[in-house]
Design a protein. Structure first.
Length: 265
């Protein structure tokens, strides 16, 4: 019983901390103001940054990425594991998609496997926040040959469907290389855009541009993110989150060095 109580208490703390992130931290500093003195960062973005840290999804330290790069930060959307976390995550995605693409689309597609819960949570949030019914769809890693046959989970795709793809993060664009032909093979659909939670702002594996820019150029659809790594640094550099400064001068210099090598041009 003691462990259950502590787990529930931590979930309430995370939800409260994310909700208070703007008023207690960002509003009391200039982290929401863009460096060029322009419009302030949206409140939901600032809350999302605190939410990622408090949920231990965004971590700082020494990490080796799938690409082989040594990174001082790492984001793992698989660490969202509870109902309240997924509910809040879906709301942040819904707000970002609404800001970037509006609601004039039919299907939200999440590539297996991490994209499946993201798609479900976000379609629910769009329905709740905006009153719009969007169908959810994901792919299977293997084609099912019995019962509900085929490669898709959730809604079937129809000719004329307008699709937004949702992912956690993209570094190289490899998942889109796998996803794009699957979507096109199912129906004559229009892909309106891609939304990820964090834009790492580093160059892809093919050149000097970011993976999101490479995807946009190669496939011809728009890309977006709830937040960029630049916005994360803006909000966390020498500013406490739940009493802890996660990006101090030493870590900031390591992040700067990382982007000197791998940052998109």
């Amino acid at each position: 019983m003691k462990k259950v109580w502590h787990d529930e208490a931590r979930e309430l703390h995370i939800e409260k901390q994310a909700g208070m992130w703007y008023s207690e931290v960002c509003a009391a500093s200039d982290c929401g103001k863009h460096k060029n003195g322009g419009m302030a960062m949206e409140q939901y973005k600032q809350e999302f940054i605190g939410f990622m840290v408090e949920s231990r999804v965004l971590q700082f330290g020494d990490f080796t990425l799938k690409s082989g790069r040594k990174s001082p930060f790492f984001m793992n959307a698989g660490a969202y594991v509870t109902g309240s976390q997924l509910k809040r995550l879906g709301e942040y995605y819904a707000k970002a998609i609404y800001d970037r693409y509006g609601l004039d689309f039919d299907v939200l597609f999440g590539p297996a496997y991490k994209g499946i819960p993201l798609t479900v949570a976000t379609t629910m949030a769009i329905s709740e926040l905006y009153g719009k019914e969007i169908r959810y769809c994901s792919n299977r890693k293997e084609v099912k040959d019995h019962g509900d046959t085929g490669i898709l989970l959730g809604s079937k795709l129809k000719d004329g469907d307008r699709v937004v793809i949702i992912e956690d993060v993209t570094t190289s664009g490899k998942s889109i290389e796998e996803t794009f032909p699957i979507l096109k093979a199912q129906a004559d659909v229009t892909i309106q855009g891609l939304m990820v939670s964090l834009n790492r702002m580093e160059k892809g594996l093919a050149g000097e541009k970011s993976a999101l820019e490479e995807i946009k150029e190669k496939y011809g659809f728009e890309t977006g993110a709830i937040v960029t790594m630049d916005e994360v640094v803006e909000c966390l550099y020498n500013k406490p989150c739940d009493g802890t400064v996660y990006i101090d001068d030493e870590l900031k210099s390591r992040i700067d060095a990382y982007y000197d090598t791998y940052g998109a041009k």
